[in-house]
Design a protein around this ligand. Structure first.
Ligand code: FCB
Length: 426
């Protein structure tokens, strides 16, 4: 069958992402303590929270062990092996995060040995010809800070900027791209609006306060970092949802879309303003909304998480970002798919729509699949399998999934080859 060739811009960055708490193992922070205190409850509640097919397919969700990150993927010790795999898959970039609780285990006391560890990690990324994208905060807080209320504490911005400054001063020599905060709105939503993540505070007033504090934390860190080195590219990663009205002629549906769009996609960007050098987009969700806030998605194809697969959404989101006139990196996009039957198509379809935006002038410069490895998916634990690489959690053996090899071809050729019949973008 004839193939269309969709070429990506020269120098396009191709890779995958991870975060410290989800892969490293051996962390002691607010999440690790919450996991131990809540594992039994989460296992008991699993059948209520998941569809029957999920419970059947992933019985491990019924066991407390599933909810304790513990040794995770032991990436802390095996990162070289993991980067060898990424290199063998033709990645030319890698996104990972630094664990705050390792760097500043006690308030104001910074651990040089842990800095040395991350220096080795960065060197190992570079030695394999990959560009490091370093996230400074991917949700976990050191215990001393959690005790003070984490991002609810008005001094959070000060603490975060001080930690960020320490990290970039020590590690900045070889890094160009920094992500201050990962998906602040996810934390606001899950920890403070709906209240199922630590510290489980369901309180809209606190949620609004945390919005401001996290934005201030980013802004303060951004300014201090740019003072140290104005060549660094600094941004925050933003989870963007593609939101549509259930009925495009219904004014109330449209109003609900406006409100949801504002809180999910817009508010944080507004608070950050010009304190960003690129837009880091993370795309997982499409929502069709019927007034007031009822979701009416058809959910034709779903991931193991039950999340709808809707590749077209990425196109609309990044087109809409064109007005900011900033380079765009897709710093996360992926799915839980233990059977690896959907991942290949998922990646290609999202890239196809990304390419369409690029061909219409949107300045997208990179794509990081979530994730390089299967990992610890927060309050869901280990059962969701997001990795290009499968992890056997008993032996910690790594196994490259077939879809990862398909993605590798795209990375290597800087091009997506796709059957003409699959190119329908109307
Ligand atoms: C994103 C998070 C990432 C991972 C994926 C599935 O929202 O940034 O850590 O949990 O979702």
């Amino acid at each position: 069958m004839e193939k269309q060739k969709l070429k990506f811009p020269d120098g396009f960055l191709w890779g995958a992402a991870t975060s410290a708490h989800q892969v490293e193992g051996g962390n002691k922070n607010d999440w690790s303590e919450w996991e131990k205190a809540n594992a039994k409850r989460l296992a008991e509640e699993a059948p209520k929270k998941h569809a029957d097919w999920q419970v059947k397919k992933f019985p491990e969700m019924l066991t407390p062990e599933n909810y304790i990150s513990g040794a995770a993927c032991d990436y802390y010790n095996r990162f070289e092996e993991d980067f060898d795999i990424a290199k063998s898959l033709s990645h030319n970039a890698h996104r990972f995060s630094i664990e705050w609780s390792r760097i500043e285990p006690e308030e104001g006391k910074f651990d040089e040995q842990e800095i040395e560890h991350y220096r080795k990690v960065i060197k190992a990324v570079l030695a394999r010809g990959m560009e490091p994208f370093v996230t400074i905060w991917h949700w976990t807080n050191p215990l001393w800070l959690a005790e003070k209320g984490g991002p609810e504490n008005r001094k959070f911005a000060f603490y975060f900027a001080r930690y960020a400054k320490f990290v970039v001063e020590k590690l900045g020599e070889d890094v160009k791209f920094w992500i201050t905060l990962n998906e602040p709105t996810s934390v606001i939503a899950a920890a403070y609006s709906t209240g199922y993540w630590p510290p489980q505070k369901k309180n809209p007033i606190v949620a609004l306060k945390v919005y401001k504090i996290l934005a201030k934390a980013h802004n303060q860190a951004y300014r201090e970092m740019k003072k140290i080195n104005s060549d660094w590219k600094v941004g925050f990663s933003n989870i963007l949802q593609y939101i549509e009205p259930n009925d495009e002629h219904n004014l109330l549906d449209k109003l609900s879309v406006k409100v949801t769009n504002y809180f999910s996609n817009q508010k944080f960007l507004n608070l950050v303003g010009s304190n960003q050098d690129f837009l880091a987009v993370q795309y997982y969700f499409h929502k069709k909304i019927k007034f007031p806030f009822k979701q009416t998605n058809e959910n034709k194809t779903r991931t193991d998480m039950g999340w709808e697969i809707y590749p077209e959404g990425i196109y609309h989101l990044i087109k809409n970002l064109q007005k900011y006139n900033l380079p765009i990196y897709i710093t996360e996009n992926g799915l839980a798919d233990v059977d690896d039957t959907k991942r290949d198509k998922f990646i290609k379809d999202h890239l196809k729509w990304t390419h369409k935006a690029i061909s219409e002038g949107v300045d997208v410069r990179g794509y990081f699949h979530w994730s390089l490895l299967d990992n610890f998916e927060w309050d869901k634990g280990f059962w969701p399998r997001f990795g290009l690489v499968e992890i056997d959690y008993k032996t910690l053996e790594r196994k490259i999934r077939p879809s990862a090899r398909e993605y590798a071809k795209i990375c290597q050729e800087n091009m997506l080859k796709i059957e003409a019949e699959n190119l329908d973008l109307t």
